[in-house]
Ligand binder design. Structure first.
Ligand SMILES: Nc1nc2c(ncn2[C@@H]2O[C@H](COP(=O)(O)OP(=O)(O)OP(=O)(O)O)[C@@H](O)[C@H]2O)c(=O)[nH]1
Ligand SMILES: [Mg+2]
Length: 469
């Protein structure tokens, strides 16, 4: 449930902002909420003021849906506009306001065939609903004050989570943990503003608003809270997008073999022919809860065909975007020129493969972990090393609060406004000036949870959803 934050007078009790949005909310929407394709069951959802009326038109059972108790499933049949039976279903009415969207919401569980679900949806559309846009159910939940914007975004993260850690982070954001921290910062800024306003309004009435050091102390506490959240941005990116780990090196070094080993199955073709892999191949692995986007690349060599050169160009491109590079060489072959020169780079691990075979004399005194993709020797240590390097990049698995790029942008702006506030206070500027910067900080922080005029950010947030969510 949405926790009601301390509101200023311009806010209304729900997140509804404009008349246009109120009109949009009056429309009843419908969508298939389960993925396309065949399955045992599928879910069609209808939400809005006419949702129950739509259900009454399409459903036949012992009772009409308008007489159903809320949140109870009933067996019945769905008919199309020509009165032909489409499917036998279970239908539940979730009455406003205790539904996902905060509006009357109908859930129809039908059989999971592509055509069946399309026909059930069509019947609902014909009965008065319109097709929902991607994310529109969650958008309505937000507009009706059921959740703040960080919780709505957590729904996307939850759907996309690929590891336990990413899932836990999304669940906690959905429960409102990030929202709570943001509301605390807002409340602190609001009381800071109150003290500044008081010194404008009642300069001589004997009221003693905080000033000087005390005011700066309040501001510093806000800045610390914002800084702490900003420090979770890397973790947020890693949990949401995964860490990009690129395997590269000369042809035949064993890059594809390493990818297969780390994945745990034979994903990529491995062969003794040099130049086997011509394209970059990406797969996600879960290393101790951290999603790793592992990229196998075309081997680097000079005498390459045009096709291979294109592959090598792609290798170079992925290296530029890598969070971590695994530079691998065959210790049973001569040392490639310049190999190991980047060994001191914290974003690169240099590895010698084929430790089961004899070592070429070139490698004598060369310090690098030896592994064998053939026998598995050295691989657990390599996995540990990969994790250690990633953890250095600001990953704190013990804390699951992790902001996304949008939150980071808002919080950075808030921090800049706080810095300006601090400068204005130190320069002894009049409270009116100081208040302008605090207001800006307040606005930027509010954008994170959607507690300001947020029309322009709604589209970008909800546009990422699938239809029916
Ligand atoms: N003995 C031994 N052979 C290995 C090992 N790792 C890979 N190989 C062999 O080395 C050859 C090349 O392996 P790949 O994984 O295809 O090498 P690659 O670096 O992907 O090669 P390209 O795609 O051509 O650039 C294959 O015959 C593998 O079976 C290892 O640890 N020991
Ligand atoms: Mg390969």
């Amino acid at each position: 449930m949405h926790r009601v934050a301390k509101r200023n007078s311009t806010e209304r009790p729900t997140n509804l902002k404009t008349e246009e949005e109120s009109i949009i909310a009056d429309h009843t929407i419908a969508a298939i909420s389960t993925p396309a394709g065949e399955g045992a069951i599928a879910l069609v959802r209808v939400s809005g003021t006419n949702a129950v009326a739509v259900a009454d038109k399409v459903f036949r059972g012992k009772e009409k849906p308008s007489r159903f108790a809320s949140h109870v499933q009933h067996f019945g049949e769905i008919f199309d506009r020509a009165d032909r039976l489409i499917d036998q279903v279970m239908l539940a009415v979730h009455r406003a306001p205790t539904s996902y969207t905060g509006e009357d919401l109908i859930e129809i569980s039908c059989h999971g065939g592509t055509l069946v679900t399309a026909k059930v949806l069509e019947a609902c559309l014909h009965a008065g609903a319109r097709a929902a846009r991607p994310g529109e159910f969650t958008e309505r939940a937000f507009l009706n004050g059921k959740m703040d914007l960080t919780q709505a975004e957590a729904v996307i993260d939850l759907i996309r989570a690929k590891t336990d850690l990413a899932l836990r982070s999304a669940t906690e954001q959905l429960e409102g943990r990030l929202g709570e921290k943001i509301r605390k910062i807002r409340d602190d800024l609001i009381s800071l503003l109150a003290h500044i306003d008081a010194s404008i309004d009642f300069p001589e009435e004997g009221i003693a608003p905080d000033e000087g050091e005390t005011l700066r102390g309040r501001l510093d506490s806000v800045r610390e809270q914002i800084d702490a959240l900003l420090a979770t941005a890397d973790q947020g990116r890693i949990l949401r997008e995964g860490v990009r780990v690129v395997i590269y090196g000369a042809t035949n070094a064993g890059k594809s073999s390493l990818l297969n080993r780390l994945l745990g199955y034979d994903r990529v073709i491995v062969s003794e022919t040099h130049g086997t892999t011509r394209d970059t191949i990406e797969e996600t692995v879960n290393l101790d809860g951290v999603p790793i986007r592992l990229l196998d690349t075309a081997g680097l060599r000079v005498s390459a065909s045009e096709l291979e050169r294109e592959g090598i160009a792609r290798t170079e491109k992925s290296l530029q975007l890598a969070d971590l590079r695994l530079h691998i060489a065959d210790r049973n072959a001569p040392k490639p020129p310049h190999f190991g020169e980047t060994a001191g780079d914290s974003n690169e691990i240099v590895i010698l493969n084929k430790s089961d075979l004899p070592e070429e004399s070139d490698w004598k005194n060369f310090h690098a972990p030896r592994i064998s993709c053939a026998t598995g020797e050295g691989l657990p240590e390599l996995q540990k090393e990969i994790l250690a390097r990633i953890t250095k990049q600001n990953l704190r698995p013990e804390s699951t609060v992790a902001i996304n790029a949008r939150h980071r942008d808002c919080l950075r702006r808030a921090l800049e406004s706080c810095d300006r506030t601090r400068a204005a206070l130190s320069q002894g500027l009049s409270p009116e000036y100081v208040a302008v910067d605090v207001n800006e900080a307040l606005r930027a922080v509010g954008e994170v949870i959607g507690a300001v005029d947020v029309e322009q950010i709604l589209d970008s947030v909800f546009g990422q959803f699938c239809i029916g969510k």
